[in-house]
Design a binder for this molecule. Structure first.
Ligand code: GUN
Length: 295
């Protein structure tokens, strides 16, 4: 039987409706308008499209959003100055610096400069540490979106063999940590594979839930997974152009190859991507409520 398609579009739509309703209510009851700033350095086409989508969604949900666009040669000290300015701006509750940054800028230094209370990406070490300890904090958006997708699709994680392919700070490491936590949506046995893993197929073939965030188009084929696996494909790879002139997107999983073998799978596009943006909105709403002292 072909796999059930786990639609990020549908799930995101439901969560966005909840967020929009709460924002409307906050505005009415307290005059509170959540504010988000996105900061983009350089002209990477993928980053440009992500930031545009984040601002568009924010606007649609009633979030005040500002975009700061800086040239690729912007100095680190200037970026730090701008982050500091938004740290002090009471109308802005969430600060997002789009990654990757140009090579001459120290990414860690910039992320560490963001006020942890405005760190809606969940990348500041204070939030990363709290996440690791299972304390309330801003969760990084893509892993948070994956948890929501699994939970809302009724996928049992307790005791499951979860295999994560990729060890990035944005996806691989945090999703592995979250699936390990002792709480609903966690309690999994987690393995992380990466470029130095000796026998990746041995691990991927054991997975009940396979989460792939490696950044390599269509790398996972049917012979690398077991029957009935649940696949979360985090990859967004631009391969060639469609007749329309637009880039064609492909995941890290060869969808057509595995779809007959998996029990459920997220498509690309329309899987994890919409969830990432939705969780950013959720975090921005949360940041605004915390700043206003509304629990
Ligand atoms: N680049 C790729 N994913 C992300 C993300 O979730 N947040 C930021 N800031 N940059 C990214």
């Amino acid at each position: 039987m072909p796999a059930k398609i786990i639609s990020g579009i549908e799930t995101a739509k439901a969560i966005r409706a909840e967020i929009a309703a709460e924002i409307a209510s906050l505005r009415e009851r307290f005059g509170l308008i959540p504010g988000l700033v996105t900061i983009l350095v350089g002209q990477d086409p993928a980053s440009e499209s992500y930031v545009a989508a984040k601002n568009k969604t924010a606007h649609a949900l009633g979030i005040h959003s500002e975009q700061v666009t800086l040239t690729a040669d912007t100095r680190e000290v200037e970026l730090l100055r701008i982050v500091g300015e938004y740290n002090r701006n009471p109308a802005i509750h969430g600060i997002l610096v789009q990654l990757p940054l140009p090579r001459h800028i120290n990414e860690a230094k910039v992320l560490f400069a963001i006020d942890p209370a405005k760190d809606v990406d969940g990348f500041h070490p204070v939030n990363v540490g709290k996440m690791m300890l299972g304390e309330p904090c801003f969760l990084p958006c893509t892993p948070h979106g994956i948890l929501e997708l699994l939970q809302r699709s009724g996928v049992e994680t307790s005791g499951a063999e979860v295999v994560v392919v990729g060890r990035s700070n944005i996806v691989g490491k945090p999703i592995a940590n979250l699936m390990l936590q002792k709480r609903p949506g966690g309690n999994a046995t987690v393995t992380i594979c990466h470029t130095r893993t000796r026998d990746m197929n041995y691990h991927t073939r054991r997975a009940d839930i396979l989460i792939v965030a490696a950044g390599v188009a269509k790398m996972i084929k049917a012979d690398q997974v077991k029957d009935g696996v649940v696949i979360i494909d985090v990859g967004v790879n631009r391969i060639g152009q469609a007749a329309s002139g637009k880039a064609i997107l492909a995941g890290d999983v060869d969808f057509d190859d595995v779809v007959g073998k998996a029990a459920a799978i997220t498509p690309v596009p329309g899987g994890v991507g919409p969830m990432t943006i939705t969780m950013l909105m959720k975090n921005t709403l949360q940041a605004a409520k915390q700043a206003a002292g509304i629990a």
